[in-house]
Design a protein around this ligand. Structure first.
Ligand SMILES: [Zn+2]
Ligand SMILES: [Zn+2]
Length: 112
């Protein structure tokens, strides 16, 4: 089966994006349905689920006696609802800490 690059119109934002032959082949092999949204919209949708938001800068955070520097989490309590959560950075008492749910709610309420 031969694939050719084709343009698909995003069903979300209406922009034309390229769906390359290689991608088509990949999707076909995996049995995925061809995408109907552009990369931006798919990404936006994915981020909405609550991925890793703020990335802590790794400046001088070596002193913790942990193991691998990345993937380390600290226990914290959500400033808003008090739920226990873990954060990928050392909680700063001077700054609010939010659990995933509250963080997502803040984000969505801010965009609209
Ligand atoms: Zn789009
Ligand atoms: Zn919360």
């Amino acid at each position: 089966m031969l694939y050719t690059d084709r343009n698909i119109t995003c069903s979300d934002c209406g922009v034309d994006f390229m769906f390359s032959a290689a991608e088509q082949e990949f999707f076909e092999q995996k049995g995925f349905r061809f995408p109907r949204r552009c990369k931006e919209c798919r990404k936006a949708k994915k981020d909405g689920g609550g991925g890793g938001g703020a990335r802590a800068e790794g400046a001088g955070s070596r002193m913790g006696g942990g193991g691998a520097g990345t993937g380390e989490t600290w226990p914290a309590n959500c400033t808003q609802c008090g739920a226990e959560t873990t954060v990928p950075f050392k909680p700063d008492p001077a700054r609010p800490t939010f659990c995933r749910k509250c963080y997502g709610e803040r984000k969505t309420s801010r965009t609209r």
